[in-house]
Design a protein around this ligand. Structure first.
Ligand code: PLP
Length: 446
C-alpha cells in the first residue's frame, strides 16, 4: 500500500536506497547500471563526494533566503561561472527549479522583451512537432508530442508546430542534407509569414531533440538556417538545452557545436546533475537591457528561485566538470559508445537507426529495417525493453511515439560522464539482451 501518487497507479517501482558512481541500488540489494542518468540528469553519477561536501557546507551556512529579500554568494558565483562559459553575449542567468520552469520563464521573457521594446503585437510561438519542453501548461503547449498534449489540448495556448529535423524518417530519396535544410528553413519561413512575422515572438527548439524523438541530432547547417530565418523577422530563437546542454553532447552547450547563439537558452538536468532540483534561463544582454531600461524588472518569480543549496550543488557539479576535463571525456567515451552500438546493432533486424552525439544516444527500433515500419504501438516494445533492462540491472530511458506521438519506439542512453569503458561494454551487452527479450528474439522474455 502506497500513499505516494506514483507515475503509474498500478505499479509501484522498486525502492531506491543508495547511489554510488554509475550505479543505483534498491532495497532488495539489486544494483542497476544507470545508462541514462535517470532522464539524462546524473552527469556525475551518484554520490559524488565533492558535490555532497558543497551541499553540506551550504546547508550548514544558509539553507534558504527568499530572492525578493536577498541574493546569496553562491547564486552570484554560479551565475558568474555560467556567464563566463555560456554562449557569447550571455549576460545573466535566471535560476529556477527545473526544466519546465526554465521554459515557462523563457517564454515570458520573450513576451516581456517585446512589450518593453514596443512590439506588444507579438504574441505567438512557433515550435516543432515531436519536441518535448516540459509538462507545465506553457511548456506543454510549445511541446510537439501529440500524445502528451492530447487530453490537455483545450488548456493550451495556440502554438504553431513545424517539422522536426529528423533525417532518418524525413530525408527524401535523393535529397541532399543541404536541400533538406533548405526545405525545413523554407517551411519555417512560410509558417512565420502565414502567422504574420510581426506577430511572432520566438521559435522554440531543442538543439538536440531528446526525450520524445530519441536524440535527433540536427543536420549540419540546420540551426544556422533557422537563426537566419528568425533574424529576417526579428523573431527570437529560444534553444532548449534542458536535456542536451551542460556537456551532454561533448560541448558545454550543444548550440556551440551548431555555431549559433540563441537569444535565450534553457538548461536544467545536467546543471545540478540531480543532486538538487535546479534549472536556469541564460539571457543575452539585449533582452536584459530592454527590461532594465524599461520597467526595471522581469514580471515573474517563484518561491525557490536561486535556492542556495541547489546553487551550491550546481556550482560544485560545474566546477568538477571543468576541473576534471569531463567534456573531453564525454567526447572520448561517446565515440567509444558509438563504436560499440554500431558494432552490436548495425545489422540488427530491429534497430533502424543509431544516432547521437557525446554521451547522448538514441536507438530507434523498427519492426522491419528495410521499410522502417514501426512495431504496433499496442506491443509497447519500449516499455518491454525498459522492463527487460531493469531485470538485467540496466537503466535505460525508452519511449514510444517516436514518429508521431503514437507510432515508433526508441531507447535513449545518457550515461554519466564518469562512465568507464567496462561499463560501456556492460551497457551494450545488457541492452542487446533486453532488446532481444522485448522483441522475442530467442532470449527468455522477462
Ligand atoms: N525541456 C527538455 C528538452 C526536456 O527534456 C525536459 C525534461 O525531460 C524538460 C524541458 C522539462 O524538464 P523538467 O522535467 O525538469 O520540468
Amino acid at each position: 500500500m502506497t500513499h505516494v501518487f506514483h507515475r503509474h497507479l498500478h505499479q509501484t517501482p522498486p525502492v531506491a536506497v543508495a547511489g554510488r558512481g554509475v550505479h543505483l541500488i534498491d532495497a532488495a540489494g539489486n544494483e542497476y547500471l544507470d545508462a541514462c542518468g535517470g532522464a539524462a540528469v546524473s552527469c556525475l553519477g551518484h554520490g559524488h563526494p565533492d558535490v555532497l561536501a558543497a551541499m553540506h557546507a551550504q546547508v550548514d551556512r544558509l539553507a534558504y533566503a527568499h530572492t525578493s529579500f536577498f541574493t546569496t554568494e553562491v547564486a552570484e558565483t554560479l551565475a558568474d561561472h555560467l556567464v563566463r562559459t555560456a554562449p557569447a553575449g550571455t549576460s545573466h542567468a535566471y535560476f529556477v527549479s527545473g526544466g519546465s520552469e526554465a521554459i515557462e520563464a523563457a517564454l515570458k521573457m520573450a513576451r516581456q522583451y517585446f512589450v518593453e521594446i514596443g512590439q506588444p503585437q507579438r504574441a505567438r510561438f512557433v515550435a516543432r512537432r515531436q519536441s518535448y519542453h516540459g509538462n507545465t501548461l506553457g511548456a506543454l503547449a510549445v511541446g510537439g508530442n501529440a500524445w502528451r498534449r492530447a487530453q490537455f489540448g483545450p488548456l493550451l495556448i495556440d502554438v504553431e508546430h513545424v517539422s522536426p529535423c529528423y533525417p532518418y524518417r524525413d530525408l527524401r530519396a535523393g535529397e541532399t542534407p543541404r536541400a533538406y535544410v533548405t526545405r525545413l528553413a523554407d517551411e519555417l519561413d512560410a509558417t512565420f509569414r502565414a502567422l504574420g512575422p510581426e506577430r511572432v515572438l520566438a521559435f522554440v527548439a531543442e538543439t538536440v531533440g531528446g526525450a520524445t524523438a530519441g536524440v535527433l541530432v540536427p543536420v549540419p547547417g540546420y540551426f544556422k538556417a533557422v537563426r537566419e530565418v528568425c533574424d529576417r523577422y526579428g523573431i527570437l530563437l529560444i534553444l532548449d538545452e534542458v536535456m542536451c546542454g551542460m556537456g551532454r553532447t561533448g560541448a558545454l552547450y550543444a548550440c556551440e557545436q551548431e555555431g549559433v547563439v540563441p537569444d535565450l537558452v534553457t538548461i536544467a538536468k545536467g546543471l545540478g546533475g540531480g543532486f538538487q532540483p535546479i534549472g536556469a534561463v541564460l539571457a543575452q544582454r539585449r533582452i536584459v537591457d530592454a527590461m532594465s531600461q524599461g520597467s526595471g524588472f522581469f514580471q515573474h518569480g517563484h518561491t525557490y528561485l536561486g535556492h542556495p543549496v541547489a546553487c551550491a550543488a550546481a556550482l560544485a557539479v560545474q566546477r568538477v566538470i571543468e576541473r576534471d576535463g569531463l567534456l573531453a571525456r564525454v567526447r572520448e567515451r561517446g565515440a567509444a559508445l558509438e563504436r560499440r552500438l554500431s558494432d552490436r546493432f548495425a545489422e540488427h533486424p530491429h534497430v533502424g537507426d543509431i544516432r547521437g552525439r557525446g554521451l547522448f544516444w538514441g536507438v530507434e527500433l523498427v519492426r522491419d529495417r528495410a521499410t522502417k515500419a514501426p512495431f504496433d504501438p499496442a506491443q509497447r516494445i519500449h516499455a518491454r525493453v525498459k522492463a527487460a533492462g531493469m531485470a538485467r540491472g540496466l537503466m535505460t530511458y525508452p519511449m514510444g511515439g517516436t514518429i508521431d506521438g503514437r507510432q515508433g519506439d526508441h531507447i535513449l542512453l545518457a550515461p554519466p560522464f564518469i562512465v568507464e569503458e567496462a561499463h560501456l561494454d556492460a551497457i551494450v551487452e545488457r541492452l542487446s539482451d533486453a532488446i532481444d527479450a522485448a522483441v522475442d528474439l530467442g532470449v527468455a522474455t522477462v
